[in-house]
Design a protein. Structure first.
Ligand code: FUL
Length: 494
């Protein structure tokens, strides 16, 4: 007992030293962590535009047009799954105002189409298939409604738009995302008025109250908008995040003409984010598999190739963002064969590339381990499958190094790094070296890491020893993943 009392201060001191690093900057919520883990999902556009061959319906389309002969959510969601996507977002209502579910808010909906004799519910069918396939589901309900006679008046927001969100949230959850597009106001049918209706998109929809509905009814869903609040638009529809892409962001004040909420965002700001941004608001990269969001037969030969998708994968998911790929089922209600094949081949490449982490089994020699505690903060945590177990250093050690002895020469061309983002985005710069001809040779550098960073090397590297150097970080590190992979597709698509 006496000895125990003597040791007590040391025991307490050790326990204190082993405390986890203090979080840095804004942190992700549970819903944002779930979104980050999703990585890739598809945005499905299908409705009157599919039948009129348009991208933006005017709002006067006859519901009778919407008549798929063999709508198959199983084929569509199954193709997304084969592509490695983990979820879908259904465009439940596009700008033309046509609702794919039997809403009580307007007659302009699927129950007035011939589909299933007016008893159809596209959202319900997607929900059932997502459940069966273990895919996540989200919804896109366009705020701009070119059909509604009330659009532009306060009643549209309170009696139509918010009600539609409530119906979607109540009947088709659990949802992982609620997607709010930024195209708002302009000319339209508006119940026959056929005029231009302008709204102030930062105030008209009363976003605080509208998004309050999401928070209450779908707490697991992130809110996507041009400028968040949970996930920001990357600023282009090419599917490309900045080479440096911070998960943090500060929306501009309204008096700068760039409004928080669903307002204007300058391209490069969404693309790169802000290093010292006030909010955790990572980027989503949306891009369509075809040139258009909706199906057009003339685009059957312009479906992105698996190699092009792979390139986008590295430029979105590989830069800490998520990839949101647009799928466009045709008039029968299925994806064209071209799309299915491309998705499948893309999925196969991903599966093959990331099946084996060539760093597994390496002997790890870090220059520092937090409190010397290998068990808790050891570099071995980099090689398990857990995104949140991590290698951490002492508070004062912000530029540590790690040598990985692979024991035999291994050939790789992709490097993966991840931080434990539960402790924020910490690292600013890294470098990787390979041991070649008796010396270290720098083979890569990268900036922002965050939830995921993939470095695609310009050529294969063969080495038996690799070194990771953290070259810039304002605080000690909390790195969760280090991977070396071999991708067979070479040279990378331009
Ligand atoms: C935009 C819309 O205007 C496009 O039609 C498409 O739905 C895209 C994903 O979002 O805001």
């Amino acid at each position: 007992m006496k000895y125990f009392l003597l040791l007590l201060p040391f025991i307490t001191l050790t326990a204190f030293c082993q405390q986890a690093p203090k979080p840095y900057g804004p942190l992700p919520t549970k819903a944002q962590l779930n979104w980050q883990e999703t990585g890739m999902y598809c945005l499905i556009h299908w409705g009157p535009d599919t039948y009129t061959n348009k991208e933006w319906g005017y709002g006067d389309e006859n519901p009778k047009l919407v008549n798929p002969s063999k709508f198959s959510p199983m084929q569509i969601v199954g193709a997304a799954k084969a592509g490695g996507f983990k979820g879908i977002i259904v465009v439940a209502k596009h700008h033309d105002g046509f609702c794919l579910w039997p809403t009580k808010t307007t007659k302009h909906n699927i129950s007035n189409s011939p589909y299933k004799d007016g008893k159809g519910d596209i959202l319900k069918e997607y929900r059932e298939v997502c459940n069966k396939l273990g895919m996540k589901m989200g919804v896109y309900c366009s705020p701009w409604d070119r059909n509604s006679p009330l659009y532009g008046k306060p009643e549209y927001v309170t009696k139509v738009y918010r009600e539609q969100l409530r119906e979607l949230y109540a009947n088709y959850g659990p949802l992982f995302i609620s997607w709010h597009d930024g195209a708002n106001g302009g000319d339209g049918y508006y119940g026959g008025a056929k005029e231009v209706r302008k709204i102030d998109r930062s105030t008209y929809y009363g976003w605080d109250e509208t998004w309050g509905i999401t928070r209450k009814m779908q707490p697991g869903a992130v809110l996507f908008g041009d400028v968040g609040p949970d996930v920001r638009w990357v600023g282009n529809e090419k599917g490309i995040a900045g080479e440096t892409s911070w998960a943090t962001y500060t929306p501009h004040a309204p008096d700068e003409g760039k409004k928080p909420g669903n307002g204007y965002v300058k391209d490069y700001e969404g693309t790169e984010g802000h290093r010292d941004g006030k909010y955790w608001m990572p980027a989503e990269c949306d891009v369509a598999l075809r040139p258009g969001w909706f199906y057009h037969a003339r685009q059957d030969d312009s479906v992105k190739t698996p190699q092009a998708l792979l390139d986008l994968y590295y430029k979105s998911v590989g830069r800490g963002a998520c990839l949101d790929l647009g799928l466009a089922p045709d008039r029968t209600g299925m994806l064209n064969e071209h799309d299915v094949i491309s998705l499948k081949q893309f999925g196969n490449i991903l599966k093959e590339t990331f099946a084996v982490n060539l760093a597994k089994g390496a002997t790890l020699t870090p220059s520092n381990t937090r409190a010397g505690s290998k068990a808790t903060f050891g570099a071995a945590n980099l090689l398990d499958a857990d995104r949140y177990s991590y290698w951490a250093t002492d508070d004062k050690t912000t530029t540590p190094q790690l040598v990985l002895d692979l024991h035999q020469p291994k050939t790789f061309n992709v490097i993966r790094l991840r931080e434990n983002i539960k402790l924020g985005q910490r690292i600013e710069e890294v470098a990787v070296d390979a041991w070649q001809n008796g010396e270290w040779k720098q083979i890569a550098t990268a900036t922002s890491i965050g939830g995921n960073r993939l470095i695609r090397l310009p050529q294969d590297v063969k080495a038996s020893k690799v070194r990771l150097r953290i070259t810039k970080s304002p605080v000690c590190i909390a790195l969760s993943d280090f991977g070396l992979y071999k991708e067979k597709i070479y040279p990378p698509a331009k």
